[in-house]
Design a protein around this ligand. Structure first.
Ligand code: GLA
Length: 402
């Protein structure tokens, strides 16, 4: 197929009828019976606050966003999953019932989902599909979860896989942990599946209790700033943080046997046992314990309509991710510093795993232009990189569009 390019792919991602027509134009099975074509979509996310807390069984507060991945597909009974990327024209395929080992390409996210569905007792179906995306990759906006989640729908004929929604979150996580090899938590998959327009999603990653929180944004916008450095979410750096948290838990649990995760540790307990922890493990734990409190404080502030307090919590989270968890980068720090100097910016912090990718900013709508101008003017000189600034809206989770 002729590559459509990034802009046309982004347009197709937002236009289910055109994406269906594009599949019908290139796929004989879809042309033979266009009524069989389905269009499914899964969004990316920004996390408002609660970073690196999910795998420590704490709290997260993501929102699904109005950028994501769409797939037009025709289900087949031949067991072969075949997907073409609208942007590049590249096609990949595999046997859905026997996806084989990882290949080291984007197709792994689809194959991993087939593998995880199969291990959950759900036989994946074949399909021929066309994928379009307006979600930047490697930007810390969960493009991995979005392709996994949309693949789960595609591999079950275009319908929601027959699982309880939270069980599905865990199956998607399993594809990432067990097939891709990133030992991540459940926040991204949860947000992509549970998203609600205009609302953030509070998840207690220990009890799995969750509720959506109306965002009283009024004249305030959520604005993402992309650093232009793709986050190298190297499994190694991420998995290392996780291991350091586990080391902190082990050290505390040796004297406080009821402690199973950092969720069981409060600031006073952590200080009591500071001498038992090596300094790195202490810094990691300190971030996580404080960040959990910041999530709860942010919920209270959102519910009180007190966005100034939410903004202060954003800045405190960023400082902690920079100094204690050490997952920020000079580029992300520069974006936050530039934003902090603009009147009307209420708060700014990195979102997602860090190491690159995006910041999320709470910005008065009449200051969005000033933020964009300042970032486009000052950031390239400080970093040598080209940033992008774009508002995002809290949006619905994955589902069938047509
Ligand atoms: C990535 C992971 C999530 C979470 C965040 C950090 O997005 O996929 O599970 O750990 O990093 O909060």
């Amino acid at each position: 197929m002729q590559p459509a390019g990034a802009t046309a792919s982004a347009d197709l991602a937002r236009d289910p009828a055109s994406l269906r027509d594009a599949l019908v134009a290139r796929e004989p099975r879809a042309a033979a019976d266009p009524a069989l074509v389905r269009v499914v979509h899964a969004p990316g996310r920004v996390n408002l606050i609660g970073e690196h807390t999910d795998y420590n069984l704490g709290f997260v507060l993501p929102v699904a966003i109005d950028l994501g991945i769409s797939v037009a597909l025709v289900p087949t009974d031949d067991g072969r999953a075949e997907l073409t990327l609208a942007e590049t024209g590249e096609t990949g395929s595999f046997d859905a019932t026997d996806p084989g080992p990882r290949r080291g390409t984007w197709l792994d996210y689809v194959a991993g989902m087939a593998w995880a569905l199969g291990s959950a007792g759900i036989a994946p179906r074949g399909f021929r599909g066309l994928l379009a995306s307006d979600l930047p990759q490697g930007a810390g906006l969960s493009s991995s979860a979005a392709i996994e989640v949309v693949s789960a729908w595609a591999l079950t004929g275009g319908d929601r896989p027959p699982l309880d929604a939270m069980d599905l979150v865990h199956v998607v996580q399993r594809s990432e942990n067990g097939y891709i090899g990133l030992n991540n938590g459940i926040m991204d998959q949860f947000a992509s599946i549970f998203g609600e327009p205009g609302r953030a999603l509070l998840l207690d990653c220990r009890s799995l209790d969750h509720r959506s929180i109306p965002l009283p944004l009024g004249d305030v916008a959520l604005v993402a700033c992309h650093s232009g450095s793709t986050h190298r979410l190297e499994a190694s750096a991420y998995n290392e943080r996780r291991a350091q948290c586990e080391a902190a838990v082990a050290a505390i649990a040796s004297v406080e046997p009821s402690v199973r995760s950092l969720r069981d540790v409060d600031p006073a307990m952590l200080e009591r046992h500071r001498d038992r922890l090596d300094p790195v493990a202490w810094r990691r734990a300190r971030h996580v314990v404080d960040e959990d409190e910041r999530v709860l404080d942010a919920i209270a502030a959102f519910e009180a309509g007190d966005l100034e307090t939410v903004g202060r919590l954003f800045y405190a989270s960023q400082a902690s991710l920079r100094d204690l968890y050490e997952v920020s980068s000079p580029e992300l720090d520069a974006l936050v510093e530039i934003a902090a100097g603009i009147p009307g910016v209420i708060g700014a912090r990195l979102t997602g795993a860090g190491f690159g990718g995006c910041t999320i900013n709470l910005v008065r709508r009449d200051a969005v232009g000033a933020l964009r101008d300042a970032v486009l003017r000052d950031y390239p000189g400080r970093t040598g990189l080209t940033p992008r600034v774009f508002p995002v809206e809290a949006s619905a989770g994955a589902g069938r569009l047509a």
